[in-house]
Write a protein that binds this ligand. Structure first.
Ligand code: ATP
Length: 823
């Protein structure tokens, strides 16, 4: 012990003593202590959560089986406890699975699926069972009958919290009047303080599941609450999808690599992921190669020197490297390789290997000489040495003796650095940086393997070193942007190597390599995942759901296109109902849904609430005290997020986590519906103004006519039609001349109108034009015209009627406020 360490005081616990108290905690024990995490924090809330878990499961199960859901929920007081019964007409659960489904936490069919469903974790219903047994000490009683089986299975069970396994008390066969389905009965300590949340949950479930029939009986209700089906159409069937390459984490990737049957990365990518075909797999593999092997910098063959001179040197070097092939074959080979190289601007080592191989094959075929592996290797080494001029110093460049490799590389790099940095940089400093980069590249070959091969990280370090030194000596600064640009320019000039990438087993066995693959997957552009794994409600049904439950004056809804968050597709839908019976005081009501499940708790912590609050609602015609926060007024806003993986803030699935991609879409969906609200409210406002004006005119015009007659001593001027003209309305006036009736439809507005004019008359009308047939009903005749009246025009509708018959016209197709009917 060093002098710095203090001695353990008397009575202090030793590690050994601590060890005695350390033991594994079972998942059931953990949740027993942390009930709130699963939404069972109190008796009031526990009951709502248990209903929610059982009803969500019932809806999931029936939909999966293509059955229209018929769900019965009953809450009853029994002594000190409440008994909850939830029954569904789903496919039932097999005898083997049933105990685990209800008696084991984290057991379910949805956790591993990438498909939209209400359940995700395999914890909901077993948590309800756990809560019930902890508070009442009673087992869960479950009845289930699968389709086609003669009897139902009945189980009474609890969860053994030490082992997280079901402990079965009773297991027997029983009869049940439902032909298939599941019934769960739980007793628990509870109260009905959360009645309004319970009703909201059931009511809102009916809003977003118009295909379901739900009945709720509870002690406070004289009559059960019944929600009938609004449509027979089940939600669109969803398809399970494979993971998207942009959404997996390293651990998952390694697990997938271990489990796959594929050998190559390309096969693995195409087999195991969605949206990856051959082309995308190739891009991922290339990007993986760059990360795993680095890229190669190409070497300029000429750099201003006459091609013939350089070519001659390379040819000489190649002739020396090739032996025993005869002069002709050797010359042709050397000449063709040299030509290829001098024609190219730059050549990487791997490209040289490729060129030598191609030429060797061609010359071999032409001359009958075999250029084997050793010859090829020698040729590559000789040509590469000549090309890069190691140690040889001396190609003729513009007639001057060149100074070897550095001089060859520097001009190319200078050009590149000059392009990549700002024009204000001192030329000598740019040259200095190019030279230092060249030095470092050349130094890569000091170990004899100079292939100009470098990983992106190493390239970045190299650029920083060269830039630091240049700053020191040349009194010029190279900031972060300039450095990044240089790295970027060099990296994009460098070439992906053709080496075979490691296979799946090798990658799975090495974390760093797997991480390189993951990076490559994330960097590659890949189509968004398909959306047939999602079943949005659709704008039409969002609106229908609101209509069903809210008596409002106006409804609007929107469904956005699918987007992706963390590799999982999602769709956002929004709806707004306004006016009518919706209470006008206080904040608007916000309905939140995730995969068709209403969220009733933690509104303040939910991303949907945050987004609603950050919208400037005054722009859309709603009040918003202080200009931000929840808008107020007679409105209901509903938001639905559907995803293969809904990000919740906790396991109790009460609130959506704040994921920027999802929040953006929520905002766009709300704004789409809000724009419609705005134009409705604008129109309503202008109509109200119009009505006011017409009221005033209606009072003033007769008085004015009277005054005019009085002053001029003439007859009352005709004010009929004046109102319509002043208001730019459509005016309908009746004239009767003997038996002839004329309806004059005058359009004073600035747009063409298509109208529907209906006359109801007390005698049979005659002289109607062809195509206008009167319909008799109970001694009255209905005559219908559909005139189209252009702006500024008048149309006359004429027919005959006995003089003593009554007639009354109604006009549709134009807002009441824009219509003046004197008929
Ligand atoms: N009423 C039911 N009919 C048929 N199968 C059911 C029913 N209830 C539950 N299951 C099956 O039991 C599994 C476990 O249900 P549980 O509620 O524990 O989890 P979950 O619904 O998958 O996920 P979550 O924990 O997110 O609710 C489900 O995945 C489903 O396969």
């Amino acid at each position: 012990m060093t002098s710095q360490q203090t001695t353990l005081g008397e009575g202090a616990t030793t590690a050994e003593e601590l060890a005695e108290g350390q033991r594994e905690i079972s998942i059931a024990e953990f949740f027993e202590k942390n009930k709130h995490m699963l939404g069972f924090d109190s008796g009031a809330r526990g009951l709502v959560t248990a209903v929610k878990e059982a009803v969500d499961n019932a809806l999931d199960a029936t939909e999966e089986a293509g059955i229209r859901p018929d769900i019965y929920v009953e809450i009853r007081e029994v002594g000190d406890y409440y008994r909850l019964v939830v029954e569904d007409n789903g496919p039932g659960i097999t005898k083997e699975q049933l105990p685990k489904v209800f008696g084991k936490l984290l057991y379910g069919s949805r956790f591993h699926k990438r498909e939209q469903s209400r359940g995700q974790q395999g914890i909901g219903i077993s948590a309800a069972v756990l809560y019930s047994q902890l508070t009442s000490g009673k087992p869960a009683k479950i009845t289930s009958r699968t389709e086609g089986s003669a009897d139902a299975e009945y189980f009474e069970l609890i969860i053994d919290t030490d082992t997280n396994e079901p402990e079965i008390g009773t297991a027997e066969t029983t009869s049940w009047d439902r032909s298939h389905g599941t019934r769960i009965e739980l007793e628990m300590e509870a109260n009905m303080r959360a009645r309004s949340q319970l009703h909201d949950y059931i009511k809102h479930t009916a809003v977003v599941n118009p295909h379901a029939r739900i009945e709720l009986r509870e002690p406070g209700l004289d009559e059960p609450l019944k929600f009938e089906r609004a449509t027979d159409q089940l939600p669109a069937e969803t398809e399970e999808i494979r993971p998207h390459p942009h959404g997996v984490e390293l651990g998952t990737l390694i697990k997938m690599l271990d489990a796959t049957d594929s050998y190559s990365v390309s096969g693995f990518m195409q087999e195991e992921f969605t949206r990856v075909g051959k082309k995308t797999a190739d891009s991922v593999v290339d990007s993986f190669r760059d990360r795993h092997f680095g890229r190669e910098l190409g070497w300029p063959a000429r750099n201003g020197a006459p091609a013939a001179d350089v070519g001659a040197d390379i040819e000489d070097a190649l002739r020396e490297a090739v032996s025993n092939k005869g002069a002709d074959a050797t010359d042709t080979f050397a000449e063709r390789v040299a030509n290829s190289l001098t024609e190219r601007e730059r050549t990487t080592y791997s490209q040289l290997v490729e060129i030598v191989a191609t030429v060797a094959d061609e010359v071999g075929a032409d001359t009958g000489k075999t250029f084997g592996a050793t010859v090829r290797d020698n040729a590559v080494e000789a040509a590469w040495a000549e090309l890069t001029e190691f140690g040889t110093g001396g190609v003729e460049e513009n007639g001057e003796e060149a100074d070897g490799d550095l001089d060859r590389l520097t001009p190319t790099l200078y050009e590149l650095v000059d392009d990549a940095t700002s024009t204000r940089k001192d030329d000598a400093a740019v040259h200095g940086l190019a030279e230092r980069l060249a030095e470092r590249f050349v130094a890569l070959g000091d170990d004899g393997s100079n292939r100009m091969r470098l990983a992106l990280d190493d390239l970045t370090t190299l650029v920083h070193e060269a830039a630091d030194t240049t700053e020191e000596y040349d009194d010029e600064t190279f900031g972060d942007t300039a450095r990044e640009n240089v790295v970027e320019a060099l990296w994009s000039r460098m070439v992906t190597v053709p080496d075979d990438p490691p296979n799946v087993t090798e990658i799975a066995g090495d974390r760093d390599t797997a991480s390189e693959l993951l990076e490559a997957m994330r960097e590659t552009d890949i189509l968004s995942p398909p959306t047939d794994c999602l079943a949005p409600i659709t704008a039409e049904l969002v609106e229908a759901g609101l209509r069903k439950e809210y008596d409002a004056d106006f409804y609007a809804a929107s469904t956005r296109d699918a987007e992706v968050h963390g590799g999982d597709p999602f769709v956002v839908e929004a709806g707004i109902a306004y006016g009518g019976d919706i209470p006008a005081d206080g904040s608007v009501e916000l309905l939140r849904f995730a995969n068709r499940v209403p969220l009733v708790y933690q509104r303040g912590a939910c991303a949907t609430t945050n987004v609603v609050k950050r919208i400037g609602w005054r722009n859309y015609g709603l009040d918003q005290p202080g200009g931000s926060g929840m808008p107020s007024g007679p409105a209901v806003i509903s938001i639905h997020v559907a995803s293969t993986n809904v990000p919740f803030t906790s396991e109790s699935k009460d609130a959506l986590a704040s994921v920027p991609e999802i929040e953006d879409e929520i905002e766009l969906a709300i704004r789409e519906a809000a724009r419609e609200l705005k134009s409705y409210l604008n129109k309503r406002r202008s109509m109200a103004k119009r009505r006011e004006k017409q009221d005033v005119l209606g009072r003033i015009l007769p008085q004015m006519a009277e005054k005019v007659a009085e002053v001029t001593g003439r007859e009352h001027p005709d004010i009929e039609g004046a109102m319509a003209r002043i208001m730019n309305n459509v005016g309908v006036d009746r004239e009767r001349d003997g038996e002839t009736v004329t309806l004059k439809v005058a359009n004073h507005s600035d747009r063409n109108e298509a109208l529907e004019v209906t006359e109801i008359v007390s005698a049979e009308p005659e002289g109607l034009p062809d195509g206008v047939e009167p319909i008799e009903m109970d001694g009255e005749w209905f005559v219908n015209w559909n005139p189209e009246v252009s702006s500024g025009e008048t149309v006359e509708l004429e027919y005959s009627l006995p003089t003593d018959a009554d007639a009354d016209a109604t006009v549709d197709g134009v807002d009441d406020e824009k219509l003046t009917v004197n008929a």
